[in-house]
Design a protein around this ligand. Sequence first.
Ligand code: ASP
Length: 323
Amino acid sequence: MPSTLPSTSPTPLPGTVVILGTGGTIAGTSAAAGDNVGYTAAQRTVGDLLVAVPALAAAAIEAEQVAQLDSKDMDAATWQRLAQRVAHHLARAEVVGIVVTHGTDTLEETAWLLQRVLAPAKPVVLVAAMRPATALAADGPQNLLDAVAVARTAGARGVVAVLAGRVHAAGAVRKVHTYRADAFDSGDAGPLGVVEEGALRRFADWPAGAPLGLDRLAGDVADWPWVEIVTSHAGARGDGVRALVAAGVNGLVVAATGNGTLHQALAEALDEAAAAGIPVWRTTRCAAGVLVGPEVGPAAAMSPWQARVELLLQLLPSPRGAN
Ligand code: ASP
């Protein structure tokens, strides 16, 4: 198919957009309006967030509260329920897209989980904010407006994140700043697009791939595999890895230095773990770049935390024999 990029999508699709609330700073409040960091996340409902965006008042939108948490505390049960609700609404013919309000801290993990499990043929847009809803210049309302615009874009598909006017694909999105409003980036890939006055200007293809299927998440979350991340650093030791193995860890992701190098003491313990049948996936602790070389493994292009999600999904039983 000939490339049509960059493309601009000025005409929003009619149909329903479902907004699923999970909490986060976008739903946070602070006692003082000037306080951008001393707030409590997950205080306002998704319905409250919509009220703050008058431009959406007349739009065909449904809101549902799936959870109400600070995403630093994201857990398997919430992921399971969120994926189920997203899948439920995606299956409705009148729904053109889904928006998920989420905290920024683990947004990239949820984005990857939803992309891999559902690989949706309609857009699933994660939206967040770096400042609470009570801030003098809250970023949440504009981000929400932009997210709905992306969810209504003709031809949109896959899981993306929208913040500060930029759209990031699920696999590329990374939180890269601790407090700035424009805290997300897509690294070498660059953003998928930008939202300009309600229209998406797109530079790259939508996320695609074969879904693992919702059944992958069907089991009791208490039985989900235990996957941990360990880091290589100066003075690293193998004792932590050996303790994890003794405690029954099911998979390990290592955030290696540079292009995948490991402290020899850590490497020894990881080799023992691998010899004991525990999958060990290598990633880099570098903020940008991928592992390059002949034996980099399945997580070469993933952040450690997205690799943890991927390994978890691979270790979950595959009820229908999916990939
Ligand atoms: N701790 C918050 C959360 O992840 C941070 C945020 O949303 O910006 O829910």
